[in-house]
Design a protein around this ligand. Structure first.
Ligand code: HPA
Length: 237
């Protein structure tokens, strides 16, 4: 047990998928894992462990934003020795070439600040995904016929943004989408020598103002879970 995770050491698999939303963790575990059991309920931040194609997998919610994700990812890495962490979440599209429901695979994540800012200080560290996971996820998305885009994203600290000029610069510099967690996940994976990737479904679009209808969210989220699981077990240790 840790401060924020009630699971015993052996209850968490070496591979963890991390949605922001605890109810999505529950849905994904019940839909895709065999023999899924709840391993964490502390603060309602649900986690489940089961198997996928015979491989042990944990799906642990991260909450929203980098400070929340940082707590769970730190404890998963340092207390439970998790080796592979894949964020599965939604993002806002930032390029015209990107459609609602498309999947973005974040090669790198720009950010104004992260919980790691205190370590890096004046250095602009470039957090990046694990290449093996990234390539495997791209292959899995292509095989499923899900349109996917590989490139840089922006991990923001705010959902309700008061800096439209910053978004303009992100769009101008080719950033594919905005979410709120990936940069810190990549920082932590780099620090501890673990593998990380963010697989993101475009749920809304900052340029076209389209949004994914509620009834489509489940199917799109399911594609993302399958892409993440396939990628996780295509990469060998
Ligand atoms: N901004 C930040 N995070 C998000 C967004 C957004 O527009 N959409 C989904 N996650």
């Amino acid at each position: 047990m840790t401060i924020h995770i009630g699971a015993e050491k052996g209850d968490i698999a070496p591979t963890v998928l991390m949605p922001g939303d605890p109810y999505r963790a529950k849905w994904a575990a019940e839909t895709f894992l065999k023999d899924a059991r709840c391993i964490n309920e502390v603060r309602g931040m649900l986690g489940f462990t089961g198997t996928w194609n015979g491989h042990p997998v944990t799906i642990q919610a991260s909450g929203m934003g980098m400070p929340s994700l940082s707590i769970y990812a730190n404890e998963l890495i340092t207390d439970y020795d998790v080796q592979t962490l894949i964020r599965i979440g939604s993002c806002g599209g930032m390029q015209k070439s990107i459609g609602i429901r498309d999947v973005i695979l974040a090669m790198t994540a720009s950010t104004l600040s992260t919980p790691s800012r205190g370590i890096f200080k004046e250095l602009n560290f470039a957090p990046c995904a694990d290449y093996g996971l990234l390539a495997a996820a791209h292959a899995a998305a292509t095989a499923k016929g899900v349109p996917s885009h590989v490139g840089g994203i922006y991990s923001s600290d705010v959902f309700y943004d008061e800096r439209p000029d910053l978004n303009e610069q992100m769009v101008r510099h080719g950033i594919l989408g905005v979410e709120m967690e990936a940069a810190e996940l990549y920082n932590l994976a780099a620090r501890h020598g673990r593998r990380a990737l963010a697989v993101l479904t475009v749920s809304d679009h900052l340029l076209t103002h389209e949004a994914l209808p509620a009834e489509d969210r489940e199917r799109s989220f399911g594609d993302m879970v399958e892409i993440a699981l396939t990628a996780a077990f295509s990469v060998s240790d």
